[in-house]
Design a binder for this molecule. Structure first.
Ligand code: SAJ
Length: 417
């Protein structure tokens, strides 16, 4: 039976480690954060993801999953650490570097090393292979190396981890084949083999495609507001065409993938990435654009207060990384608009969170920034009683606007003129 060592127990590493353990592998999950290690060994989780708690509990109970702060010798090493970007919008590969250096002394008997973290094109060839070489390890002889980018959608991780097709990019043919043999054990989707640089580029282009298309939707929203029509209706009707898939506008693109990954391409080829750069610029303009709407809505009200609903980067998750809400709140502070925040999914946040009642109390405008399902069940009649002015600004077309209007609300929606 094979032993697997998963480096990084975050949004990808933890579901992967526990899923492998419940598929019969012996798994050591490694994280530099000893608190996270303790939580997991106690059968708990430190992130929100539907079904994950039950899976981790089962994995720990079976004795097949254990967490630790240091790696141990294994047959397969999976690197699933974050690849954030620096202030200069350059990929920060320090986590990948230190993960590689931590496992290099443990490599033996033709181990397989898999990089799942999203990385700039060339990372396997130009960063990982030289690191292992500096430990006297020769690829194809002492170890195998492949890039198998994760492609799961937060909120659907457990299902997509198994059902999605996987791209496996080997540093050489044998590495790709070895990695495919491993993934075949638990992946239900198709497996496609290629080289490592192509796999790196496939992953980056998937997210870049989405980013550029969201930018197009945001541009459409701005135009429709001027035209006095609804972008949401345009999108719905245009998408009836069999070859059109317009995305949806919003207060900005957040998360640790779509707002970050395009920069990994721009960084390497700044002169050839005009559309990608423009897409990033348009999406990055949306938080300020949203604030400008809020400012206009409350113009003329003395000492206005905003009720902010949802601060995660999208609905029904607990993740606030790179969330447009963070930028929007910072802007509100800058222009001196008071606010209260309610988010039923978030426990810790950069800014103070309040209860539902406190958030709406004496508010002049409720602003929906994340489309959590809970907000669809709010009672505008009850909420209206708490507010000073019954105004809603929905940046996600999240709730039933007619219902809110029937209950005396003035409703504004991003992308609707
Ligand atoms: N968003 C819009 N309009 C849209 C779609 C999304 O404004 O039409 C916004 C969301 O509100 C959010 C951001 O974009 O702020 C990103 O959300 P998302 O749901 O598009 O993507 P992520 O970041 O949660 O997950 C993506 C996925 N990639 C693709 O769908 C191509 C996922 O499959 C990847 O595994 C993940 O990035 C990753 O880890 O790279």
């Amino acid at each position: 039976m094979e032993k697997i060592c998963v480096i990084g127990l975050g949004y990808i590493g933890l579901p992967t480690a526990s899923m492998l353990a419940t598929h019969g592998f012996e798994v050591l999950g490694v994280d530099i954060n000893s608190e996270i290690v303790k939580i997991i060994n106690d059968g708990g989780i430190h992130i929100e993801e539907p079904g994950l708690h039950t899976l981790v509990q089962a994995a720990i109970k079976s004795g097949k999953l254990e967490a630790a702060t240091d790696p141990e010798p294994a047959d397969i090493f999976i690197i699933a650490v974050p690849t954030p970007f620096t202030k200069e919008k350059k990929a920060d590969l320090n986590y990948i570097k230190s993960a590689a250096k931590s496992i290099a002394p443990l490599i033996s008997k033709e181990n397989l090393i898999i990089l799942e973290s999203t990385s700039p094109p060339g990372t396997c060839k130009d960063l990982l292979e030289p690191i292992f070489k500096s430990f006297d390890l020769k690829v194809g002889k002492d170890y195998y190396l492949a890039h198998c980018p994760e492609r799961v959608l937060p909120g659907y991780t457990l299902k997509e981890l198994i059902q999605n097709d996987r791209i496996i990019g080997g540093i050489d043919k044998e590495s790709a084949e070895k990695a495919a043999q491993f993934y075949k054990v638990f992946i239900e989707g198709n497996i496609y083999l290629t080289d490592s640089t192509t796999a790196e580029m496939v992953k980056l282009m998937e997210n870049t495609y989405r980013d550029v298309n969201i930018a197009l939707a945001n541009e459409l929203a701005k135009i429709c507001e001027k035209l006095g029509i609804s972008a949401w209706e345009v999108i719905k009707l245009a998408n009836l065409h069999p070859r059109v898939n317009l995305h949806t506008p919003g207060p900005g693109v957040g998360g640790h993938c779509i707002a970050v990954d395009p920069w990994f391409i721009i960084e390497k080829y700044p002169d050839d990435t005009e559309i990608i750069t423009l897409g990033r610029k348009i999406n990055d303009s949306m938080p300020e654009y949203t604030v400008e709407h809020i400012r206009k809505i409350v113009e003329g009200i003395g000492n206005p207060k905003i009720a902010i609903l949802g601060v995660t980067y999208k609905g029904n998750i607990d993740d606030t990384r790179e969330s447009p809400a963070v930028k929007i709140i910072a802007w509100l502070e800058k222009i001196g608009i008071k606010y209260s925040i309610y988010d039923p999914h978030v426990r810790e946040f950069k800014y103070e969170l309040s209860s539902l009642k406190k958030t709406f109390k004496e508010a002049d405008c409720a602003v929906i920034l994340a489309n959590h399902d809970e907000f669809r069940f709010l009672h505008p009649a009850e909420i209206g009683k708490l507010m000073r002015n019954k105004v809603l600004f929905d940046t996600r077309f999240c709730v039933d606007h007619n219902l809110w209007k029937q209950n005396g609300f003035k409703v504004y929606c991003l992308g609707v003129g």
